[in-house]
Design a protein around this ligand. Structure first.
Ligand SMILES: O=c1ccn([C@@H]2O[C@H](COP(=O)(O)OP(=O)(O)O[C@H]3O[C@H](CO)[C@@H](O)[C@H](O)[C@H]3O)[C@@H](O)[C@H]2O)c(=O)[nH]1
Length: 382
């Protein structure tokens, strides 16, 4: 196969490493200070990156080159967004709180989904808001792509991927950029019992607000569970005395190598904001999750993790977070007795993911097929 001949393997970090393809990467900053809370200044952040929603298609057209669009979100989210025009026509984008319209059951490849589980921008009533505009533009433009790559597993999202394929050449090639053998280096949690530590991070964008951090901090103390908390800006966020009180129970850091942490045997659970990359990394390491989604695709990702795949639980069952409930949920997840079924389901998903990334696995096969189709299509381009 083309891919194999070129030595390309989706499990080896950079999938193009070792190939004879001339692939170059560039990082594009959003122009905002690195430590700015992008959740707090969400519109400014999205405004500053809005160019990414339209320029790839425009440039591809201008220079008559192939346009490959790569999406780091579940096929479920991508498919719903791909049908924004249909949803807008039906009065679902935005959702206007109409009782009769609380389930969407007409998107090909998407099981009936409650409107509450849709991405956060569906609930933004202002269609001219930065987020709504960018999402709309991005999915108008994606229709001009020659190929769509989705960072997901075919086995997990078979229906959505197949339905997408009826409309557009789409390939489930995820997850990529994991190395197969992650060897944990020296880590505080090395001194802890297997499965005893809760890892807690809200990803690269979201920072905890004071009230939320306070409830979680107190919940952690009440639970007594050892923890590793990644928080980028901890100034003035924790309740008085928390860092002192918790110094024997937990470690607080501003950043870590998440893959290394998750693959450490001491980690028994992950309190996550449901960023898609974190979810895939967590499944790769077989760690069950406690979910607290903030915005964008995260509420929909939560549905996959908790309701569909049953490898995680919600942090809170209502709309607010209370320390007592936080403590209960943490204890429930971390106890081997109360989370048997979660752990069993997670084992199955982990196996699926590892198989998909094998040399004969679906992600590898889809990636190989993509390279073949790309080469054929490239013949039409001068
Ligand atoms: O201390 C840390 C914290 C995070 N990470 C890494 O940072 C990435 C975080 O990615 P993700 O979990 O997807 O969260 P966000 O950075 O918040 O991702 C944004 O982009 C994702 C799609 O790519 C969306 O699913 C999210 O909603 C959106 O917030 C992961 O690879 C983590 O391994 C670290 O390495 N160290």
């Amino acid at each position: 196969m083309l891919c194999k001949a070129n030595g390309v393997n989706v499990a080896d970090g950079d999938p193009f490493l070792g190939s004879d393809l001339d692939i170059r990467y560039a990082t594009i900053g959003d122009g905002l200070p690195p430590d700015l809370d992008r959740l707090l200044y969400f519109d400014e952040h999205w405004d500053s990156i809005s160019f990414i929603s339209w320029w790839p298609a425009a440039i591809a057209r201008k220079y008559n080159i192939l346009n490959v669009s790569f999406w780091t979100e579940p096929a479920l989210v991508f498919t719903i967004d791909y049908h924004l025009d249909v949803l807008r026509e039906g009065g679902y984008f935005p959702i206007k709180g109409d009782e009769e319209k609380n389930v969407i059951d007409f998107i090909p490849g998407v099981q009936p989904i409650m409107t509450k589980d849709l991405m956060s921008y569906f609930h933004d009533l202002d269609v001219s808001s930065t987020t709504s505009r960018i999402v709309w533009d991005a999915f108008e433009q994606v229709k001009y792509a020659d190929f769509i790559l989705i960072k997901t597993l075919q086995q997990l999202e078979h229906k959505a991927v197949s339905a997408m394929n009826q409309k557009h050449p789409a390939y489930a090639i995820g997850p990529i950029n994991f190395t197969k053998s992650l060897v944990p280096k020296s880590l505080w949690s090395n001194s802890k019992a297997p499965g005893s530590v809760l890892y807690f991070s809200f990803g690269s964008l979201a920072q905890s607000n004071k009230q939320l951090a306070e409830e979680i901090a107190c919940g952690l103390l009440l639970s007594g569970v050892p923890f590793l908390w990644v928080i980028r800006d901890r100034e003035d966020v924790f309740p008085d005395g928390f860092e002192d009180e918790s110094k024997d129970q937990g470690l607080i850091v501003s950043w870590c190598n998440q893959n290394e942490v998750l693959s450490n045997p001491a980690i028994g659970g992950f309190l996550t904001h449901c960023g898609w990359n974190s979810i895939l990394e967590t499944i790769w390491c077989g760690v069950p999750m406690i979910c607290y989604p903030f915005f964008a695709d995260q509420p929909t990702n939560r549905k996959l993790v908790v309701d569909d795949w049953k490898v995680g639980i919600n942090l809170c069952d209502g709309t607010s977070v209370y320390r007592k409930e936080v403590a209960e949920k943490i204890k429930q997840l971390m106890s081997a007795e109360t989370s048997i079924s979660l752990r069993d389901e997670m084992k199955k998903m982990r196996m699926l993911m590892r198989k998909a990334l094998d040399e004969q696995g679906s992600s590898q096969a889809n990636f190989n097929q993509f390279l073949k189709d790309l080469a054929v299509k490239a013949e039409d381009y001068p």
